[in-house]
Design a protein around this ligand. Sequence first.
Ligand SMILES: [Zn+2]
Length: 478
Amino acid sequence: MEEPGKLGGVAQRELRAADLEAVREQIGRDPTTAFTVVARCSGGHPLVIRNAPIDANGEPFPTTFWLTCPDAVKAIARVESEGWIAKLNDRVHEDEAFDEALEAAHRAYADERAEEWDAARSWGGVAGTRTGVKCLHAHYAYRLAGGDDPVGAWVAERIEPIHPGQRPGRVAAVDQGTNSSRLLIVEPGAGPDDPPTELARDMVITRLGQGVDRTGALDAEALARTALVLGRYGRRARALGAETIRVAATSAVRDAANRDRFADIVRIQTGATLEVIDGEREAGLSFLGATHGLDPALGPFVVMDIGGGSTEFVTGALPGAAERAISTQLGSVRQTERVAPSDPPTPEDLAAFERAAAAAFDDVERTVPLGDARTLVSCAGTATTMLAVHLRLERYDPDRIHRRWFSVEDAEETLLRLARMTNADRGALPVMAPGRGDVIVAGAVVLVAAMRRFGFDRTLVSETDILDSLAAELLGIR
Ligand SMILES: [Zn+2]
């Protein structure tokens, strides 16, 4: 079993310094457990956090989803003071369907916590119990995090909207890649020039594209893993009032013979019609998301988006306006599956990654001239995680990564450091998302080789990418 403090799971890994400060203020003390924000209010402040299952002292922490917005906490305290916990427990005894739905919610909650810490399954469900209702705050927090919770839904009816002035037109976008499933929920800005408010941003490595390169089809277990996450995303989006949910898929689904099965899953779990985005469109959306708002004087730009199953290169003279693009079959998952490296990889494995990159770059050079570009912008998990490893961050803080320069020397040093580690050691790095540790070396080779080949001595690393563009399109921003 893993040591406490080296847990898998998002809760231990991603936290913005600004959110730590906000939560400290909301709860009036230092939080004792590592957490990440899973839902926010209109003002952008944390609404629900997801706690790690073990606190800083190594003690069990059964409250996985925790309501922190003081106005929401107060509103529910009023409902509780009217005696509703007892009345809802009476309903549990009288209403069999309600009781069954509630017990299913308790089981699902325990299962979700156990994904991070297997022994935590026995700690019970919502508010640490297996049956009945103990704490309305906990049920409402679970609903907002994406839980299917009948008590949480009942609470929502009674207390929402929590804040006056919530703007209509909230939207949710899901980017289903080869390696990860990502969610972004936003509320439109107050005016046309105001940026949207981020209500949720999440990423789970589901590896939907597992085996697709070899078999040409989506694997049944990978589909089941992804369905579970999409269900949570869809419920979270609806609980946060998203009026539209779109789910867009890229390389792995594009290449799969059985992509209709995935389309069915998307419809069932989220209500959305699956959009399969072709390589060219993916490139345009990546470019828009990665360069939006950059200083035009940094142009011309080339955006490199290293994914699990494909890597896009997109050029454009001005921020936001893609001109030429190529989608290559290089990908961190695809290359890892093809080479099947030793653990840790041998020099021969690394040379095989490099040969594949060099061959793909020959195509890039023939198709898209990169020589004119002044600024290389790198987006997606390989680049952002490499920079976080280089900075030796103790937790993943996107504010410290976004639009920071990464030199080729530092990138190469990071690649060599990662390549010397085993999969387990990489996976235990505090900034490594669960499920990325075994494929990041293949992606890192692509990043470093591209910088060397195309003559960039540094790259600008971007947290914003195709996901932001998918949400912006829904808001009518271009
Ligand atoms: Zn609030």
